[in-house]
Design a protein around this ligand. Sequence first.
Ligand code: NAP
Length: 287
Amino acid sequence: MLGFAERGTRRFAYGFWRHREHDLDAAMETLAIARENGIDHLDTADIYGGAFGASERLLGAIRARAPQLLKGAFIATKAGIEIGSPYNSSAAYLKSACDGSLSRLKLERIDLFYIHRPDLLTHPAELANALDGLVAAGKIASVGVSNFTTHQIAALSRFLKAPIRAHQLEFSAAHVDPLFDGTLDQAMERDIAVAAWSPLAGGRLGAASTSEFARVREALKRIAEAHGASPVAVALAFLQQHPAPVTPILGTTNASRLRECLTASAVTLSRREWYAIVEACRGFEMP
Ligand SMILES: NC(=O)c1ccc[n+]([C@@H]2O[C@H](COP(=O)([O-])OP(=O)(O)OC[C@H]3O[C@@H](n4cnc5c(N)ncnc54)[C@H](OP(=O)(O)O)[C@@H]3O)[C@@H](O)[C@H]2O)c1
């Protein structure tokens, strides 16, 4: 899948959740570093950026100010979280959400359109119809889901004509559930590309002082020392070495921390190191 790691390769995506609309310069600085380092996959959502539509407007503003920064970029956005509802994947809602995203992003077509979270009140047949309609109308090039269970993906696939191209899920050295809940296995079975959100557990695997995830942080530090690398790089290499393969979405808004994340590409963990991270997260040894 365009924008994602292929088997045997490593890639990153860059996420816009934390960038604020007023801080165009900071967003352009980190985006430039990401693009210079080969990242072409940019991840946003209609609800990102602190206010509805803010992050997509920010990307639209970057397109107007510095179009070269977005040249050839693969843009993924999401809809389906409705402030106050909290979820809405009805056909009418998604159609208008997609139109809103296109207009804010200043795009004619969205490369990847995710359903952000499953709406338990929309039948998968209605959701499938809505998504197939957006593909047929040329408004979206491909369909993704985020935070779905394996059963929800199976139910949607039963009705959807377009393939589900990507699943975006929470996966990090501090959150290894996808290794065991079937989502990564299903992605490999169905050839669904995987993007990992909060790959540093929202920064808690990188921040200097926190008491959270002490065991995982200790394991990352020990392995990092053996590699002469940073714990952040080890945490990201851990995700990239999963065979699915997995594309971590980097979320830092800071230029030097982004550069630190990119050093993950130079780290290759041994099997023992990789499993040691899983064990540290779960608190017990592999059987
Ligand atoms: N589909 C979903 O439901 C969902 C949910 C959440 C996120 N996402 C996507 O995933 C992307 C990444 O999520 P995330 O921002 O939580 O990712 P993350 O990489 O786990 O966390 C980034 C946060 O950690 C902080 N941080 C602290 N130390 C760091 C270090 N050494 N290196 C890097 N960052 C450090 C960053 O602060 P500074 O900015 O100050 O560096 C930033 O606030 C989002 O932008 C969004 O695109 C999707």
